[in-house]
Each structure stands twice: as C-alpha cells, then as structure tokens.
Write a protein that binds this ligand. Structure first.
Ligand code: IPM
Ligand code: MG
Length: 364
C-alpha cells in the first residue's frame, strides 16, 4: 500500500519529534512492505522566515494532495508577541488546518512501567489509566464571533463568543457514542450546564441521543468536578466527550496521568460536508513547541510516534501496523531503560526512537 502523507514539523521541538517519529514509521512500513510518500512542508515560524506566511500556499497544496497530515508544533512565544493575535501561527496555521476536523481524539494511557512517573499516589492508579478524550475542535470560543479587543486603554474591552449549533453538538456526541461502543460502553459528557446555555443544549441533546444508544451508559459531569475527579479516581474514566476549551484544558491535565504531556497523541477527524468534501485528517501530539528544550535532542517523541499509530488506524486502516508501534512503544516505556527528560531520565529523542525501532524487530 502507498501512504501519501504531508509532514509539517513546524517550530521548536516539532522538528525533532517529527524526525524521530518518521523513522519509526519508515521501519514499520519497511517491515510490512508499504511505501511512504512523505512530502515535507513549511509551517509556523519556519514558514514565516522563509515565505513570510505561517501557512504558505505551497504547504496548503501539499496538504490537499495528501491523505493525512502529520503536524509537529507551531509557535515561539518570544516571537509570537511581535505579531497581532490574528496573525500568529496558532491561528493562521493550526486553527486553519483543523477546519472541518471537528473530532479531536486524545488518548491518555499510563503504561504500568511508568506508574512511578505519574504524580498521583500508586493506590490511585493501581487499576491503570486508559482515557479517550473526545474534544470538539471547530466550535466554541476558538472560532465564535464576535471575538476581539475594542476601544482604547484604559477603557478597552474584550469579547470571545461561546456558540454551538445543535448540528455541531450532535455530530461530536455521535463520535462519543461510537467510540464508547468500541470500548467499555460508557460515555461521560462533560459540560457546565449549571451556568452555560451551550452546555444546557449540549446536555439536553446528549440525554436525547442516549435513548437511541441504549447499549451505552451515558453520564454527565460538570467540568470543574471532572477536573477534580480525574485526579481522585482516574481509573474510572473511559470515554470523555466535551466542547473545545474544556477538552483543551482537561486533556493537558489528564496528560500528566500518563506521566507527561510529551506522551499523548491525537487525531483530528472530520466527516464529509454537504458537498461530500472531507478535510484532510490531521494528526498532532498534544504538546507545543517547547522552545526551552528545542534543538537539543531532548524532547520526548512518544506522543508523535503514537500519533502516527493513530494515523495508521484511522486514515489507513492499518491496525496491525498501528498495534505494532503501540506495542513496541509501550514495551520500551515499561522496561524503563530508555527514559526521556520529561519523565526524569536522560535519554535523547533519537535514542527513544532507536529503542522503539529495535523493539519493533521482535513485535509480531
Ligand atoms: C492544543 C493547543 C492548541 C489549542 C493551541 C496551540 C492553539 O493547546 O492543541 O491543545 O488550544 O488547541
Ligand atoms: Mg492545549
């Protein structure tokens, strides 16, 4: 099989984690006889410096001609400050490429061997952690209008708009129910229905949809309570579905349950629009560009490596190859010999990739 992938390393540690992950992908593809057609594109500050644009037309073209996009990270806080918010790489590049991809699956798993790296007490995590967070990605505060700062100091005011249509809520909840069906048949919908109108509508629709999905046990939780319960009884969480901002925050919190934010992969998926067009699926680790450690071969590539496993599963339906990557990665993490700095070790980014490639050799 041929896999046409747009590869956008971007800024900071994006460059090294993507390079490491692509080596793992090449190893898996080689073993299984697949051909990877990877076309690299500039994005973020790397693109502004070369082309004056965080998402140049050439990069868009590469993405449009691909079956999937692998993305590293964009943004460099020191330099971002020099641009108005609307021109920053996060908005111009990241939020642009995510358009149409409303379902962001963020998978948080704590391998048994990393139990000591999880900041929670062992008794709280004894039953393991495996949480799939489904974050709505194209609505809510990120895109709602009006948005902006108006007036002159000291009388400025600012507004962000949290808006959701019934259609947007239904389609992300549908992903929630479908995902729950493939796992433990439990779905937790997280909202703030005691205060927010969008959440009241969300909860009403979720309750309604539960009647059409009687095999799934739906529960609701307020987001503030959910953020506390995640630390109190993390093993009880399975599939969480929630709106954009809540999902952004809860997934960073949950990533620490997996040991480090550098470990968590994600997939951004869409569905055909009214004209039958589906946006190119986008795959990214949930961490950012981490400029403080960039270029030093220190970053943890595991989030990006597992992101490629999600790509193999969701875009290419190569579940066997995806499982091989996951198995090799978890084997290395469990063995605890090769540990990157974020988890308290001193292995480099490329040593981590080497260890996973070595483990792949004996994974069936
Ligand atoms: C993430 C990030 C982004 C987001 C930023 C960089 C815009 O935090 O992917 O979680 O908020 O979606
Ligand atoms: Mg985030």
């Amino acid at each position: 099989m041929e896999l046409n992938i747009a590869v956008l390393p971007g800024d900071g540690i994006g460059v090294e984690v993507v390079a490491a992950a692509m080596r793992v992908l090449d190893a898996v593809a080689h073993k299984a006889g697949h051909k990877i057609n990877a076309v690299y594109g500039d994005i973020g500050w790397a693109a502004i410096d070369k082309h004056g644009d965080a998402l140049p037309a050439a990069t868009r073209d590469i993405c449009n001609r691909s079956q999937a996009i692998l993305f590293g990270a964009v943004g460099l806080p020191d330099r971002d400050k020099t641009l108005p918010q609307a021109k920053r790489p996060e908005r111009v590049a990241l939020l642009e490429l995510r358009k149409g991809l409303f379902a962001n699956l963020r998978h948080v798993v704590l391998p048994a061997g990393l139990a000591n790296r999880c900041p929670l007490k062992n008794e709280l995590i004894a039953r393991g952690i495996d949480i799939m967070i489904i974050r709505e990605l194209t609505g809510g505060l990120y895109y709602g209008q009006p948005q902006g700062v108006t007036g002159a100091a000291p009388h400025r005011s600012a507004v962000d708009t949290l808006a959701y249509s019934e259609h947007e809520i239904r389609r992300i909840l549908r992903v929630g129910f479908e995902t729950a069906r493939k796992r433990r048949k439990r779905l937790l919908s997280v909202d703030k229905a005691n205060i927010l109108a969008t959440s009241q509508l969300w909860r009403e629709i979720a309750t309604d949809m539960a009647k059409e999905n009687p095999d799934i046990r739906l529960e609701h939780m307020y987001v503030d309570n959910a953020s506390m319960q995640l630390l109190r009884r993390p093993s009880e969480f399975d599939v969480i579905v929630t709106e954009n901002t809540f999902g952004d925050i809860l997934s960073d919190e949950a990533s620490m349950l997996a040991g480090s934010i550098g470990r968590v992969p994600s997939a951004c998926l869409g569905e055909p629009d009214a004209k039958g067009h589906t946006a190119v699926p986008f795959y990214e680790p949930i961490h950012g560009s981490a400029p403080d450690i960039a270029g030093q071969n220190k970053a943890n590539p595991v989030g990006t490596i597992l992101t490629l496993a999600m790509m193999l599963t969701y875009t290419f339906n190569l579940t066997h190859e995806a499982k091989a990557i996951e198995q090799a990665t978890f084997e290395v993490l469990n063995a605890g010999q090769v540990v990157t700095g974020d988890l308290g070790g001193s292995a480099t980014c490329s040593q981590m990739a080497d260890a996973i490639i070595a483990a792949l050799k004996h994974v069936k």
